[in-house]
Unconditional design. Structure first.
Length: 548
């Protein structure tokens, strides 16, 4: 009878487990190719990138460029990772341009396999999800940040621990030592809780390190994934040497999340008696400190695999995409290029060859969105080898922008002065030995017309030198004639309806400069007083005669 009951219980448990696995697999299949609905804590997501030594990168995108191109929003769209490690690694990848043709070719082989082999993909996703707890964000601190050091009097901790053991044993033979044991326990109690603030910093990250290393061991068993880092097994083995001591912290973290208060209290007394927490904490930190390179190698390996899963999911959910063609020639050719963050975005095509691009057009017609689309696609092409276009070819470029500039009130800098500093940095970069892509919107709109046009012409001519490419928008039609030798002219236009009193946009790029100016006309169809309209028209004619 007992055997039968046990058999039925085991059978029921197996059914529950199977059902749970089936639900997980179903969710993973359904979510592949879809946008995450998670909240994004960029303070934590950025930590690995901020602390990483990127001095050997071809370019690290500046905060200004990322703000101009909405890189955080782009990341939220691209991110399909299943772990916090993968999230941090993908963010770092998106902001750090590195040129490694062999790695890109291997990545494409792996992504292709992930797209074709659903069972492999799901098995990897299920394992990687084990690192999706918020605590996994803190793994990076173990190899990127300085660890706390034991105080000078730490040798007393070892003495007190030994004295506690010795007095406890001797108290069985001589009651006097029991009193000494109580005194030592009181001292140990103070030391134990002094160390709690130290323990708090690592009680979440160290257990996650164990999970990371175990996951890396699992992933490296796949011969294709192992090619990402052929030496990762060596790193895994070295990190594994700290595993036994780390298990204590994993157990500690488990206790903190359980309701077994009685067991927790007994375990806490045991730790106080022998000062286990400070001894193990500073002991393991000393070992971790010597394994920083290996831990980062394991972190990068796992993050890279998760990133490739994310790219595969991204591509699966897109109606169209392309792999970039990166060449040495100094031109950009884009066919049906789109901005990934604009719903139902109208695609445009352009070839930027011997000259840069000067865009004219009214507000909201699509000028800035087109400039951003070019910048975003070149960034994703250089970082995740994926572009939102029918085809896109370009040389290796560094990317700089001056689109969304604002006053720096804390440092008492006006809009114009802030723009002056930004453009000065661009001019400096234009003389470097790297080809650059400069993205600008309405140069010097914070100053008067004559000086804006004069300075704008001189700066835009300078930026195109040394094989740099510039995309700039302007309302200053005068610039179009001044820059004909260095810039091809394009424009976006709108249609006005007197009947419906509305403005329509087709968001299509057109060659040549904008010939029709409709700002005053828009005022008219919105029923501005006739005297204002007539005066505005008269003044505009006078100004045209002055500047033409």
């Amino acid at each position: 009878m007992i055997t039968y009951v046990l058999f039925q219980l085991q059978k029921h448990y197996a059914q529950i487990t199977t059902s749970k696995k089936q639900r997980i697999e179903k969710r993973l299949k359904a979510s592949f190719g879809t946008i995450k609905e998670d909240d994004f804590d960029f303070n934590l997501i950025e930590k690995y990138f901020r602390n990483k030594d990127n001095s050997k990168a071809y370019q690290v995108l500046s905060d200004r460029t990322c703000n101009d191109l909405d890189i955080d929003d782009l990341f939220a769209f691209i991110d399909r990772t299943h772990s916090k490690v993968g999230q941090q690694y993908l963010y770092h990848k998106l902001r750090t341009i590195t040129i490694n043709k062999e790695q890109t070719e291997l990545d494409e082989i792996i992504i292709d396999e992930l797209l074709k082999n659903e069972s492999l993909r799901i098995s990897l996703q299920k394992q990687i999800k084990k690192l999706n707890k918020r605590d996994a964000f803190n793994i990076g601190m173990l190899f990127q940040e300085a660890h706390i050091l034991p105080p000078k009097w730490f040798f007393m901790v070892k003495i007190l621990s030994f004295a506690s053991i010795l007095s406890g044993i001797l108290s069985f033979f001589e009651p006097f030592f029991f009193i000494i044991s109580i005194g030592i326990f009181c001292v140990n109690f103070v030391v134990h809780f002094w160390n709690k603030k130290n323990l708090f910093q690592y009680v979440s990250s160290i257990p996650q390190l164990i999970n990371l290393n175990d996951l890396a061991a699992y992933l490296s068993s796949n011969s294709l994934l192992k090619k990402i880092n052929p030496n990762v097994l060596t790193s895994i083995k070295l990190v594994n040497t700290i595993k036994n001591r780390s298990l204590f912290f994993k157990f500690e973290a488990t206790l903190q999340s359980d309701t077994a208060m009685l067991f927790w209290l007994l375990f806490e007394i045991f730790k106080v008696l022998f000062l286990l927490e400070p001894l193990l904490l500073f002991g393991i930190l000393k070992r971790v400190d010597t394994k920083r390179t290996e831990i980062e190698a394991v972190f990068s390996f796992v993050g890279h695999v998760d990133m490739l899963l994310s790219i595969a999911s991204l591509r699966s959910g897109l109606d169209s995409y392309c792999l970039p063609t990166i060449h040495d020639a100094n031109h950009i050719t884009a066919t049906e290029i789109k901005h990934p963050l604009i719903f139902n975005c109208k695609a445009n095509s352009v070839t930027i060859a011997k000259k840069s691009v000067l865009l004219t057009g009214s507000n909201m017609s699509g000028k800035t969105s087109f400039i951003r689309a070019i910048g975003v696609n070149i960034i994703t092409g250089l970082t995740i080898n994926t572009c939102f276009a029918e085809s896109l070819s370009f040389p290796v470029l560094t990317i700089f922008s001056a689109i969304r500039i604002s006053d720096d009130l804390l440092n008492d800098k006006s809009y114009y002065f802030q723009e002056v500093l930004t453009i000065k940095e661009m001019i400096s970069e234009s003389y470097s030995n790297k080809r650059s892509l400069f993205l600008l919107d309405e140069l010097f709109k914070g100053t008067n017309t004559v000086e804006r046009i004069s300075a704008g012409k001189a700066i835009l001519s300078t930026l195109t030198k040394n094989n740099n490419i510039v995309l700039v928008s302007t309302h200053d039609i005068e610039l179009t004639d001044m820059l004909l030798n260095e810039y091809e002219l394009y424009h976006f236009s709108e249609t006005l309806s007197d009947t419906t009193k509305s403005v329509g946009f087709d968001y299509k790029l057109k060659t040549g400069k904008l010939k029709n100016r409709n700002a005053i006309k828009i005022l008219e169809i919105n029923d501005y007083p006739k005297e204002i309209i007539n005066e505005a028209i008269a003044i505009s004619k006078t100004l045209d005669e002055t500047y033409v």
